[in-house]
Ligand binder design. Sequence first.
Ligand SMILES: *Cc1c(COP(=O)(O)O)cnc(C)c1O
Ligand SMILES: [Zn+2]
Length: 430
Amino acid sequence: MSTTQLDHVLGLKCLICGAEYQPDEVLYVCPHHGNEGVLDVVYDYRRIGQRLSPQALAQDSTLSIWRYLPLLPVEPEVVARVRPVGARLPHHPLFSVGWTPLYESPTLAQELGLAAVYVKNDGLNPSASFKDRASAIAVIKALELGRRVIAAASTGNAASSLAALSASLGLKNIIFVPAAAPQAKIAQLLIFGATVLAVRGSYDQAFDLCLEASQTYGWYNRNTAYNPYMSEGKKTAAYEIVEQLGWEVPDRVFVGVGDGCIIGGLYKGFSDLLALGWIDRMPRLMGVQAAGSAAMVQAWQAGMDPMAMEPIEAHTIADSISAGLPRDRIKAMRAVVESDGAYIAVTDEEILAAMPVLARKAGVFAEPAGAAPYAGLVKAVREGLVGPQERVVVLATGNGLKDVSSAMKAAGTSHIIEPSLEAVRRVIPS
Ligand SMILES: *Cc1c(COP(=O)(O)O)cnc(C)c1O
Ligand SMILES: [Zn+2]
């Protein structure tokens, strides 16, 4: 790998000790802190500002995360290798990642008494979740390094996303998931040809096992908060929100939090835009957790140092945000504290209640973790945390089809009838 092509990346900075490394010096974490030493990518914003501007973006017809290529830590030549210059059609789902729709819902705004409610439907990504934003970067990094096998531990979506984006490039995947992951997510893994190791244990155990095996076998590793580039893919949602709102900053963004990589990535994205001078303030980031997996909520309420957090036993229907010890807790805590946001816990019942509301009032069918942010918004409004003049974004991170059995718990039941008009009339009298 030649560093000159990554000339907009100044280094990788350890969140614990502040040590800075060149991108070709370390692959994953700060060598002084083992697996805890999460790194943050540091950019040369002056150089990026010379290559990209809101005006240039307005002229760009690339409707995916790649419209922000000068802000991503990848070699443009490697991206171009997958998408040959001049090709009329994309050659790969990598080029459909991101630029998901942001819907305005006047109905929800009116119901909640807010100035505006926007729902970003990231369930429309190629593998039907937000995780594609990060997996896209993982795939390009593996190609940069000439690696053919990528391993990941996942509650389901990170892995199914990696499998969807790797398969047709000839990259192999070894996946570690908790054996209890929803069937649809396992089906995605298998159909794309990943080797699936369903671990009899928690996500946290699958995570540690995946790291150990990756080191033993020499696989490239996509694990959240271990691979420093995953936040960098996730940050693209922040760029899109602001650009889709005409470079206006919303007052708050509500997002589900498991490991905390998405919320940390959003913070990074908004920080990039501030550093470039393209926006003049940060939205408040509102981290929403399931009550049965609320490690960040508890630590935030107690004003605790995220490195002092202890693992809890996580139980929630929202499998994608079930994490006993959030792996990206340093970035996740910083995001909420520095943006003057908050952490909120919602019960599984509140999450289930949010699913049909989001579907019926905003037209978005989200899996439980994707509906949790809306449940968090409802609670925040009820508790007077959000004022009536505010404009808020809800990030629906995963498609409802990912977990049909949870959806059925929330959706109500069908009428089973005989094949006669009489039977229809019994259900619908006139
Ligand atoms: C992974 C995931 C989340 C949570 O992201 P973290 O980075 O783990 O906090 C939320 N929703 C969905 C659908 C996800 O797949
Ligand atoms: Zn360090």
